[in-house]
Design a protein around this ligand. Sequence first.
Ligand code: IMP
Ligand code: MG
Length: 178
Amino acid sequence: MHSDVQRILLSGEEIAERVTEIAEKITRDYAGESVLMVGILRGAVVFFAELVKKIDLDLRFDFMVVSSYGNSTDSSGEVRIVKDLSQPIEGMNVIIVEDIIDTGYTLKNLMKLLRTRNPKSLKICALLDKPSRRKVELEGDYVGFKVPNEFVVGYGLDYNEKYRNLPDICILKPEIYS
Ligand code: IMP
Ligand code: MG
């Protein structure tokens, strides 16, 4: 275990099992269809890579970088597209793959934007969900785990861009955050 980690919330093994379940569900739900998996950089990279390997469908990749202006004092929120999709999504089954749904601002705004491009369907797949933090009404269609209101790192998630490579979802020692 990394010396900055206080405890492991979800082990790599537990995550792998859940990722398999989600991939099997997506494979069943979209049987006979093509899907475009859209990974949100950078946090979703590890989840995305593990997930797509286990989905048995006609599947394509794309990626976006977004940053949300949303905060507690700005109820509308706004999403800034830092890197857009590289292709149109009209008529496609799109699944957005995100690391965690926290306040919900990022995905709410992203969904609104992508809907204007007329995909055939648009769904959210998130590894983690922190429902107690939600500021806007938003639910993931495929969610790995609900987590308590604690800051987590690992399996793609960062604190100041570090710890993304940890194989488990972890809680850091309090002194690391101060
Ligand atoms: P929101 O749902 O718009 O508030 O933002 C979600 C984004 O905040 C995620 O994509 C993460 O980048 C980041 N985030 C929220 N909670 C955590 C956490 O516990 N650890 C690491 N990143 C987090
Ligand atoms: Mg992120």
